[in-house]
Design a protein around this ligand. Sequence first.
Ligand code: TYD
Length: 226
Amino acid sequence: MVSNPRGLFISFEGIDGAGKTTHIEGVVRLFKEQGREVVRTREPGGTPLAEQLRERVLSDDMDALTEALLVFAARRDHIQRVIEPALQRGAVVLSDRFTDATFAYQGAGRGFDLGVLNTLEQWVQQSGGGGDLIQPDLTFWFDLPPAVAAERLRDARVADRFEQEDVVFFERVAQGYADRMATAPQRIVRINAHQERHLVWQQITHRLVQKGWLAIMVANNFKLGA
Ligand code: TYD
């Protein structure tokens, strides 16, 4: 089953501490078990240049416009060198964050102009062959109350520039994700991340089966973290 000549592009979003990582790893394994080529990647990042920009964005002090320009510059390189070629090969691209993060963090979190972000999105996500903008086929938004996420992050490694922000910042970011979902309800799926891990996982596999991208047998036989 599951053939899509253009490949599939799925992104994973949410505030810091929402718990995307284990689930991304699970989805990687699910698609591999189905014989698909999987490209697991992240933003900002995914190419040598974009990873350098990531380091700067996560550690250097800068204003919201600079932040937005750098994440979009990284995204452009990532699309051209990794995402588009992979989709053309028919691979499944699984990205830890994409443009919704820019609308949520720089837009809602920092209060930066959404109109400018829309323009940058149009420029940067133009595909090489023209036509539609490059967008994920599906986006999982891990929705978790910011106070709970903050608690989960408290004992985590050294916090980067975003992780150091207060709960009020993450309340705005969470609202930014909700607003973004309202503009693309077909693409963005809200995952209730304030649940036990296996219940969060069930929501993900349910959606993949519903999309016709995952055989129900594979989903039922799969153990997360096994
Ligand atoms: P994150 O994805 O949480 O990685 P890790 O799990 O290694 O900490 O970190 C990336 C950070 O970058 C996150 O705080 C959100 C931020 N970010 C933006 O502000 N704008 C963007 O466009 C993207 C892609 C990420």
